[in-house]
Design a binder for this molecule. Sequence first.
Ligand code: AMP
Length: 210
Amino acid sequence: MAVKHVALLGPPGAGKGTQAKQMVEKFNLVHLSTGDILRDEVARETELGKTARGFMDRGELVPDQLIVDMIRGRIMAAESGFLLDGFPRTVAQAEALSSFASIDVVININLPRVEVVRRLTARRVCRGCGKIYNLTFNLAEGETTCSDCGGELYQRDDDKTEVIENRYDVYEKSTAPLIEFYDKLGVLRTLDGSLGSEVVFSGISDILTA
Ligand code: AMP
């Protein structure tokens, strides 16, 4: 497989995290999720975490320079190839990225606002291994632990209804312009995120093995 530098694009809740977990296993890529890295910084109460927390809780973007400084070294160290999940999220981030790494393919997973809200309010995440569950698809009522590792399942603070709407607005205003940005570069491939996660993964696999 020639494709080694991959980025996932799409609104929150489109399934980027779920797809990413399967993709890194199958294609031997380093998973770089800026959201996961930031949540870890917040949990460890680092300076970056303390700064980022307010933005995250409001569903706003953390300033570009902080994000680029946080991720640059990790991208440059991922010699076997990387999967970017949640980065870049603005045109300024994409421009910064292009100064230190090339991108072979950007997989854009589409999902309309109504479906984003429906999915995110039902999302639960494992504190132990990060596995993503959904009350509607794959979690029995009353189940509070992860079937893989036994970790506690929790609802992200920014998956509360009032924050979700704002996150979608931010996506439309700041992140959706990247669709045109990467389309112009000829690396964009778009998939319908409302199809089941197996169908989306099969589409991604086709793209990455073509
Ligand atoms: P995610 O897990 O990708 O939904 O990200 C959760 C939150 O982290 C976002 O709502 C932002 O506040 C912040 N965040 C994650 N990635 C970025 C990024 N590339 N640029 C700015 N903020 C980000």
